[in-house]
Design a protein around this ligand. Structure first.
Ligand code: COA
Length: 119
């Protein structure tokens, strides 16, 4: 949408990163289903690469998977594909997002928590 554009008329990178973070959260919640944790927080966003511009009127689809599992953390790879009415689907942006599983402690604060998941 026009509100998502930067001053050269293509998708604003900050908007793209926000959508990628949301996509990573969805991957995270699937990964953590049934573990008893209360949520997951983004700890790091790395290797963001804007490979192709995205133009107004196009849509963006996100694909993601868990690539590494640590103790409380896990790494999510997100690929963003742009597609339009007259142009083929193309890889527009990639990122690696580290999420941390959290649980509420006795002070009502969210703290890291071992998720117990492996790949
Ligand atoms: C996420 C949070 C609860 C982690 O708690 P913490 O006590 O700082 O935890 P640690 O520093 O031990 O890091 C937790 C895990 O992340 C990993 N980690 C820390 N920094 C990292 C980085 N830059 N890149 C990749 N992994 C990292 C650690 O290795 C550890 O992994 P492990 O448990 O699998 O061994 C805390 O840092 C926090 O609340 N951060 C703010 C989160 C936030 O507001 N995000 C934006 C909104 S979603």
């Amino acid at each position: 949408m026009p509100d998502d554009a930067n001053n050269v008329g293509t998708l604003f990178g900050g908007q793209m990163i926000s959508w990628m973070d949301l996509a990573a959260a969805k991957v995270a919640y699937r990964f953590l289903q049934g573990t008893g944790i209360d949520g997951a927080l983004t700890r790091a966003i790395e290797n963001v690469e804007f490979r192709e511009p995205v133009y107004p009127g196009e849509w963006v689809n996100f694909e993601g998977f868990v690539s590494k599992a640590g103790n409380s953390s896990f790494e999510v790879v997100i690929d963003a594909y742009a597609e339009g009415l007259k142009v083929k689907k193309r890889l527009a942006c990639t990122a690696i997002i580290t999420m941390v599983a959290v649980k509420k402690d006795s002070n009502d604060e969210y703290v890291k928590f071992p998720h117990g998941r492996s790949l």
